[in-house]
Design a binder for this molecule. Sequence first.
Ligand SMILES: Nc1ncnc2c1ncn2[C@@H]1O[C@H](COP(=O)(O)OP(=O)(O)OP(=O)(O)O)[C@@H](O)[C@H]1O
Ligand SMILES: [Mg+2]
Length: 358
Amino acid sequence: MYLRRVDIRNFRCWERCRIDPASGLNLIIGENASGKTSLLEAIYFLGRARSFRQTPPNRLIRRGADAFNLNAEVVSEDRRPLRIGIERKPGNTRLRLDGREDVPLLDLVSALPVQVIDPNIHRLLEEGPRHRRRYLDWGVFHVEHGFFPAWRRYRRALRQRNGALRRGLPKTDVIVWDSELVHAAKDVDACRRSYLHALERVLPEMVGEILGEGEVVLDYHPGWPLDEDYGSALLHSLERDRRMGFTQHGPHRADLRVRVASMTARDWVSRGQQKVLTAALLLAQAALLDRRRGIRPVLLIDDLAAELGGTYRAAVMRAIGRLRGQCFLTFLDEALVPEGTGECAMFHVEHGRVRRGA
Ligand SMILES: Nc1ncnc2c1ncn2[C@@H]1O[C@H](COP(=O)(O)OP(=O)(O)OP(=O)(O)O)[C@@H](O)[C@H]1O
Ligand SMILES: [Mg+2]
């Protein structure tokens, strides 16, 4: 899958940016603050309807404009072109797919699987479980088709149960949701486990290729104590749930800890190694999506040179090359592009303009 055309209007510093990217590597070269990350961010927004920089959507609208518009033509693996569009006005996002207005987010996310590697990716290892759940569930969503309906059922039941807890309703009004919660949680958990089982087979190859050493272990925690089934965990925490006013156990609290050999990755590896390890985790997902569904996601690689020496940079580039999907990479300077980078399209960005280079 690849983007054949991207048209950005009033997004961050871009008043207008229109590019016809190559289906393989696309290098975006420009000075600080020229709009490189914003360009990747716009593409990411097209596939996820949110930013990867934790900026609220309204702040992405160019200062002085009242809305941003993103449009793109996606060519799917079966060569079918698809037009996707997003308009964001303050407080309101509208999604368009092939002329159909106000399509659900799910359709957009399915149409454009997009993954990002930016200078902050090590947060995946360092920060709370939310980032790792998001990492895990992106892959599960695209590979395991039973996941989304189960997740939706789970969220619905959880919302109801939490509502009852918050309002201090009697026990019976709380536990009435438990059976639906347990059923849905079982399916969510099964999809996650099945996905991880497949990921564990792809990961060593990617880690070996990029990091070159260390056995990476994924420790999955379903979101409730490992020595209990979910139904009993809910029962045991009922009194605490009522005191706290929300449900403490369940797939919404799952985590995926990453260990290198017998230590946690956070303790073992340097910042640079954390980055390449995270890059390996993300690229392994891309490889798995291709193997299982024949879909090559669009990869966005922001500032690969930040904190990464030449050896790691070259290793990441080789891995990206082998995935053979569409990839957008930003660099401050052409000189930072790893040697041996094959055929690619080059875009120079400066002062709100983009120019295709040689
Ligand atoms: N809503 C907005 N409206 C107008 N300009 C914005 C908005 N949000 C961010 N900017 C500006 O966009 C410019 C480009 O930012 P961006 O992060 O894309 O640059 P970059 O090329 O990635 O820089 P670096 O090399 O430092 O990472 C910045 O000067 C920033 O202040
Ligand atoms: Mg940047």
